[in-house]
Design a protein around this ligand. Structure first.
Ligand code: ATP
Ligand code: MG
Length: 721
């Protein structure tokens, strides 16, 4: 019996097509990822293809891990020999081997956004940038954009239009030089440099010879650089299988190019194209809702997804008075479910932006519901954790001045900016790296007290460096903590020092866990550990067996599936998000994001919105339900508050929850409010009704501007004069 019996006939056709180009283009939950996994198993087990020849690239580490596990379930240990990886970690592997070709050492460090900002900030100071509009963060984002577009500093310098761009170009040029000097790459470099390496005929031949079969999942979200990397590798054998769904392209804002997937057939004329139409994930109602939304996109080619599953629950739509009430509703649903035998892990809360997690976090904490937030402020980015990691980075790569400057005076050692400048000058004069200059501090003209401190730090680090080859990362961690007396320093850091100490301890645990894992069998070098932490993505440590509610952004939920989903904050200006320059394309990308969110749900989907919410520290009133909510075909939804309460009531029976019904979205000719009438609102004062917009909301001119107010809220908050 073939492994491929686990696939339907269309999926099977795709899995059996091993030679030549293949495109699997299909909607959410139709088994694209499953097909890729089975295809790999089939190739290795039933076609006798060496697993070493297969390269499978996915988008997140979590997806890569899952794919590896699934292949392992099918074919056992041979699966470990297949290169299943993200673009970034595949790139890092290649770059470590060939670093010298690009002027790097193999032990280069990887800079995150925060490191980038620090470095750019320093360079802006050096270049005496006076323009207040240009912040390190804004310059970093401009540089990243150039990098995504493949523009080198010299390209940018050529086409400078105005003073700002000239400044950015200058910073960019210095930044690129500094990275090499620091033996460090930022995230964009991991891809750019990989792509550059593949222009080297020797490297390209090696890689093409090694990976005869290339597969890419989530191909719709590849950017131009990723596209080039894949195209170069696959060029020789043309055994390239790409998988995706144009309706799930959600990274356009970061340079993903939907044309990569749409033009695949043009590029490979003999490509076989497989479309999958059966959805195995969701109920009919969920699928129907998803389809009714995505078909409104002009870029969508339309899908006929169907399922054998039952109709299932209607999508429950809940209208809350405010963000807290929304969280309470979700809390109650989870508690109810838990009492009926469900587990916390069946529930997932999806939101548009990371900042939305806080209110749910608080509610879950209050009720002792275990939860886990994916994304947001990453563990490895917290101040105290980053401090220790910076020590490790200096030990791994003494050229890294971003890390060295971060810790040179942490804990406080009275090494100030002047001292650093002196040491730097000395380093430049003698053409040595900063760290070595610290070792030759005697030769500088610095005062004797500071010389002693600098030398002490240098020697502590140097000692660890010399032994570091033989030390596992946890031993290095211990030496750092002891050598710096870091915990003691934390006690006087701020009032949150206990939580910070916990995080530092947690870092030790995470090293230990990696060390003990099958992959490392008791020894992980500091370099390997740092690489793991740098590449960690938001969804990485999603452990399936532990029982907690998951919270994440929709972007992070890509490719995943969950039994019960709460899609929260469905309000205009939050989702779709409020962008000043909102174009049709942006709106369509938001709509695809909504499609991704809905199609994560297997059994049940709850959607909620609130009419009042804290946004960036301010209360925003009279928020409109998202236009996407109204785009879902009525057949699939249930406005759950309808039966329980009439909209005219001022207080609902459910204490504090302001429940509104479907009727409130409809045109209401009998609106009690007329244009021109004078009304009073408790927050905004007196105003005049300017418009009764499509009967569903009022536009009122108050002293400080026009406000839009849904009718249902108007009845609650307005008093006629
Ligand atoms: P997405 O677009 O969200 O990435 P996808 O197309 O990759 O979705 P998968 O995640 O591969 O879809 O599959 C969705 C679910 O359906 C999985 O739980 C998978 O195991 C199941 N499934 C897919 N095909 C089959 C099949 N032929 N028989 C049984 N289950 C299947
Ligand atoms: Mg998938």
């Amino acid at each position: 019996m073939s492994i491929l019996n686990g696939l339907n006939s269309e999926q099977r056709k795709a899995a059996e097509k091993i030679d030549g180009p293949l495109l699997i283009l299909a909607g959410a939950g139709s088994g694209k990822t499953r097909t890729v996994t089975y295809r790999i198993a089939h190739m290795v087990l039933e076609k006798g293809i060496s697993p070493y020849k297969i390269l499978a690239v996915t988008f997140t580490n979590k997806a890569a891990k899952e794919m590896r596990e699934r292949v392992e379930n099918l074919i056992g240990l041979e699966a470990k020999k297949v290169m299943v990886s993200t673009f970034h970690s595949f790139g890092v592997r290649l770059l470590r081997v060939y670093a010298a070709k690009l002027g790097y050492d193999a032990n280069f460090n990887i800079y995150d956004a925060d490191d980038q900002k620090k470095l750019v900030g320093r360079l802006m100071k050096e270049l005496v940038v006076t323009n207040k509009q240009l912040t390190p963060a804004s310059v970093v984002s401009k540089i990243s954009k150039y990098k995504e577009d493949g523009d080198e500093p010299s390209d940018v310098a050529k086409e400078v239009y105005n003073a700002d761009t000239r400044v950015v170009a200058a910073v960019y040029e210095k930044y690129a030089q500094e990275l090499i000097k620091n033996n460090a790459m930022d995230f964009a470099d991991l891809l750019l440099n990989t792509n550059k390496l593949l222009d080297d005929p020797e490297v390209l031949e090696k890689i093409q010879g090694r990976y005869e079969y290339v597969m890419v999942d989530e191909y719709q979200d590849t950017n131009n650089i990723q596209y080039q990397i894949i195209t170069k590798i696959a060029k020789k054998h043309k055994n390239i299988c790409v998988v995706g769904d144009e309706d799930q392209s959600i990274y356009g804002f970061r340079g993903a190019n939907i044309r990569n997937i749409l033009d695949f057939e043009k590029e490979y004329k003999d490509a076989m194209v497989v479309k999958l139409e059966q959805n195995y994930r969701s109920t009919q109602n969920i699928l129907g809702a998803a389809n009714s939304i995505i078909k409104l996109n002009t870029t969508s080619r339309g899908k006929n997804l169907w399922t054998e599953k039952e109709k299932g629950h209607l999508i429950e739509i809940f209208s809350a008075s405010d963000g807290r009430a929304e969280a309470d509703y979700i809390l109650q649903e989870i508690i109810k479910g838990k009492n009926n035998g469900r587990s916390y892990k069946d529930y997932t809360v999806l939101y548009r932006t990371n900042a939305q997690s806080r209110v749910f976090e608080e509610a879950f904490l209050r009720h002792r519901i275990s939860y886990k937030i994916f994304g947001g402020m990453q563990f490895y980015q917290r101040v105290e954790v980053k401090d220790i990691l910076s020590y490790m980075r200096v030990i791994n790569n003494p050229k890294d001045t971003v890390s060295l400057f971060r810790i040179i005076n942490v804990p406080k050692r009275k090494i100030g900016a002047k001292t650093i400048e002196k040491i730097r000058d000395f380093a430049d004069e003698n053409e040595i790296i900063f760290f070595e200059a610290m070792g030759r501090i005697e030769e500088t003209g610095l005062g004797s007290a500071v010389k002693v401190t600098v030398l002490r730090l240098y020697e502590m680090l140097k000692n660890i460096m010399e032994e570091s080859q033989f030390l596992t990362a946890s031993e290095i961690y211990d030496m750092i903590l002891e050598g710096t007396n870091y915990m003691n320093y934390l006690t006087s850091y701020d009032e949150k020092f206990e939580a910070r100490m916990d995080n530092v301890r947690e870092l030790r645990t995470s090293i230990q866990e990696m060390e003990d894992s099958e992959q490392y069998e008791g020894f992980i070098s500091v370099g390997e550990f740092l690489e793991q932490t740098a590449l960690v993505a938001a969804t990485d440590d999603l452990e399936e067996d532990t029982d907690y509610v998951k919270l994440m952004t929709i972007h992070n939920s890509k490719g995943l599936e969950f039994p019960i989903v709460f899609l929260v904050g469905m309000e205009d200006e939050l989702f779709p998000s409020a962008k000043a320059d909102f174009s049709d394309d942006d709106l369509e990308e938001e709509r695809r994001l909504c499609y991704v969110a809905i199609t994560r749900a297997e059994e049940k989907l709850h959607i909620s919105h609130a009419s009042e919410r804290m946004v960036y520290g301010r209360i925003s009133y009279m928020r409109d339900p998202s236009r996407f909510l109204k785009e879902i075909d009525d057949r699939y939804v249930d406005y759950i508050n309808k039966a329980k309460v009439t909209p005219k009531k001022k207080e609902s029976k459910l204490g504090g929850l302001n429940l509104i019904t479907k009727a409130d979205f409809k045109v209401d000719e009998k609106s009690p409010f007329k244009i021109g009438e004078k009304v009073t609102h408790k927050k905004f004062g007196t105003g005049i009704i300017k418009d009764v917009e499509a009967g569903k909301r009022l536009v009122i001119r108050f002293r400080d501007g026009d406000k839009k107010l849904p009718l249902v809220l108007a009845e609650k908050f307005l008093v006629k004069e």
